[in-house]
Design a protein around this ligand. Sequence first.
Ligand SMILES: Cc1cc2nc3c(=O)[nH]c(=O)nc-3n(C[C@H](O)[C@H](O)[C@H](O)COP(=O)(O)OP(=O)(O)OC[C@H]3O[C@@H](n4cnc5c(N)ncnc54)[C@H](O)[C@@H]3O)c2cc1C
Length: 418
Amino acid sequence: MAIEKTDTLVIGAGQAGVATSEHLSKLDIPHIVLEKDRIAERWRTARWDSLVANGPAWHDRFPGLEFENDPEEFVGKDQVADYFEAYAIKHNAPIRTGVEVLSVERFTNQSGFKVVTSQGEIHAQRVVSATGPFQKPVIPAIVANTDHITQMHSTDYRNPEQLADGAVLVVGAGSSGVQIADELRASGKKVYLSVCAHGRPPRSYRNRDFVWWLGVLGEWEAAAMKPGTEHVTIAVSGANGGKTINFRELANKGMTLVGRTAKFDNGTLYFDNDLVENLNKGDQNYLSVLDAADAYIESNGLDLPEEPSARETFADAQCISNPIRELNIADAGISTIIWATGFALDYSWLKVDALDEQGKPKHQRGVSAEAGFYFVGLPWLSRRGSSFIWGVWHDAKYIADHISIQRHYLSYQDASQR
Ligand SMILES: Cc1cc2nc3c(=O)[nH]c(=O)nc-3n(C[C@H](O)[C@H](O)[C@H](O)COP(=O)(O)OP(=O)(O)OC[C@H]3O[C@@H](n4cnc5c(N)ncnc54)[C@H](O)[C@@H]3O)c2cc1C
């Protein structure tokens, strides 16, 4: 059987793959998209049931299609997945679902790549990896597996009913950890939340959502993390109509906050003495956004209502004024630990020179060190917004443009060839 050939092969049909396909089509670049599951599978099956988008519908979308919802609404995860499916249909994206890419390697004596898939071999001049920013769940090796406790990653959490009776420790206070912890608290469970270093922008301030503030303040466009913030997670949520995350408020509502989970020994968990420092730094981050917003309003003469209540603080709950440093799991009745501790990349299928010694992509704005191989959808690919819905669309455009420019060079013929 003849081997199939294509100009550009895109791996993955999440938002990054769908956006890349749209831009390639607009530039008349022949391509196919291979997706091992379904379009936007991770939005469908790798997130908890109640998850809604982090940003309102007017913002967390591609330019070419609006959600049917109220623009201020935070759209549910299944509807986000439906949106990308509808988007792919609208743009006639040549997506083949249920086809996994098993390996990609460069030809040595000809241009292009040999792509081995679960349904045979394909030869492509160019390959775009759109396999996602969050591929392999990471659980730090702190608590050994025991019969008495269930441990799961946030990607496997679905809803409170899934958990056994008993208290829960949620480790990690980024957007996933804090939302899961609050959902469990609201369901009546006793919840301990291990709070790491975090930023917590106001959900909205002076009648503008924080996505708007980050936009006008140029923060989405930041090219790299500020030095020293590499391990700082962002706690933001669209749940319950969108509310600012305030850990001190959650503590007043009965959630027990603890510092970073450091070790586990003989049935006892030990926490670092950093809870208050982490909360204070989170507050500083919050106030810095309010200050920047106030300054922007003033310098641009905007007529937006003042909001002094945004600067009100909560009294410290007992767990903050006297932080717990040790917790015996049995005494505390903890039956489950949920690790909201992030993800790692997995390029085990990639056999080209596009990764560094640590297995991290070597690239500039997604153009990899290996000519003809590209990445789209990675965190900070070109800017802070890169792994978010609206940001990936712009990065995908840049990559499609780059491919088009290369094709133009390669189609050049000198006078003797014309
Ligand atoms: C809990 C959570 C909530 C989030 N909420 C928001 C939000 O509200 N707003 C926002 O803008 N961003 C949000 N994000 C960030 C980001 O938008 C999502 O992670 C999004 O799914 C990333 O899209 P993607 O297309 O880059 O990757 P993915 O959605 O991960 O898509 C990659 C696709 O590639 C496929 N694939 C992987 N390997 C192969 C292979 N070898 N062969 C074939 N196919 C393959 C996968 O099956 C998958 O469908 C959230 C992330 C998480 C984890």
